[in-house]
Write a protein that binds this ligand. Structure first.
Ligand code: FAD
Length: 293
């Protein structure tokens, strides 16, 4: 895929990302939307949305379906993958678990990390804590790992890790009726994780019920802490620091929606998506395409 350079890559296919993609396509730019789950699983849980102007009394799911259909009619490229890392440059490189992509600008529309980070999570990132099984599984060959998952995606990741690792503890943190059959070495634990501990590397995971001795902890959320996806990104507390035009401190990187802060509402997300993409297009128009020559 490396030979295609998209004008605009949008990370996240919720209201902010779809709004940015729609206008990007209307302005005739090549647009890739990266979305690893259903579009905004968060909003799809809302039983009733009654504050989005012009669309009274809709379900969150119904609203998302309309947004997705509207956006898809303008034919952006939708890539059902999680962006794990972004590397800045004249052309930005985006890393997914199994591929790399390139874009001239990036719009972050990843939503918020709506769970607290675990004690020790930041300290052990890259030293036993990982957000991507496909990327890092090989480091844990024949070892013991825990998978803490807030989405069903984790079931697949735990099974995959089970092929390589000696033992996998699967800690689902979402509601489920029945889990699919998994390999014998994948043990499901209905516990709440609390603290990740170790010395130079992860050594154990402490939960509300037990201590689990592990070499690695995989954490799978709807959205990862954005500073881990893009190193050097300036934050304002927990959210991305943006200027009035939704630009960030990194040239060519814009942000929109919940990931830039409150109010966490659809109207703010779609409005910021629009501003971000118009600013991104303005940026593209002033930027010589030297890197592609
Ligand atoms: C139960 C509930 C009810 C709500 N009700 C209302 C309401 O009535 N009215 C209202 O205005 N707001 C409501 N909200 C808030 C609203 O859902 C959010 O403000 C809105 O969805 C924000 O849109 P967003 O695009 O910024 O982020 P999100 O909707 O969170 O979308 C972000 C998307 O990015 C994807 N993503 C994240 N990281 C990556 C990555 N690295 N690679 C690829 N994809 C990635 C995620 O899977 C997700 O789909 C509600 C929220 C909840 C949880």
């Amino acid at each position: 895929m490396a030979e295609i350079i998209f004008d605009i890559a949008i990370i996240g296919g919720g209201p902010a990302g779809l709004s940015a993609a729609l206008t990007g396509r209307i302005r005739n730019k090549t647009v890739a939307i990266f979305e690893h789950l259903e579009h905004s699983t968060k909003l799809q849980k809302a039983h009733l949305v009654d504050n989005y102007l012009g669309m009274p009394q809709v379900t969150g799911k119904g609203l998302m379906q309309q947004m997705v259909a509207h956006c898809q009619a303008h034919e952006p490229t939708i890539i059902k993958k999680k962006v794990i890392n972004i590397f800045p440059g004249e052309v930005l490189t985006l890393l997914t678990p199994d591929d790399t992509y390139q874009a001239r600008v990036v719009i972050l529309a990843t939503g918020v990390v709506n769970t607290l980070l675990f004690e020790g999570e930041k300290d052990f990132l890259g030293r036993g804590v990982s957000y991507c099984a496909t990327c890092d599984a090989m480091f844990y060959k024949d070892k013991k790992v825990a998978v803490i998952s807030y989405t069903q995606e984790g079931e697949h990741e735990a099974s995959f890790l089970g092929e390589l690792c000696r033992e996998v503890y699967y800690l689902p943190q979402y509601e489920y009726k029945e889990l699919p059959a998994m390999r014998n070495n994948v043990k499901v634990m209905k516990v709440k994780p609390r603290v990740i501990k170790g010395d130079s590397q992860v050594e154990k995971l402490i939960t509300d019920q037990a201590e689990v001795i592990v070499d690695g902890v995989f954490i799978l959320r709807q959205s990862d802490p954005v500073e881990n996806v893009l190193a050097g990104l300036e934050l304002d507390g927990e959210v991305i620091k943006v200027n009035r035009d939704m630009s960030t401190n990194i040239p060519g990187v814009f942000a929109a929606g919940d990931c830039t802060g409150k109010p966490w509402q659809i109207a703010k997300a779609t409005g910021e998506g629009l501003i971000a993409v118009l600013s991104a297009i303005g940026y593209l128009e002033t930027k010589p395409r030297q890197a592609e020559k």
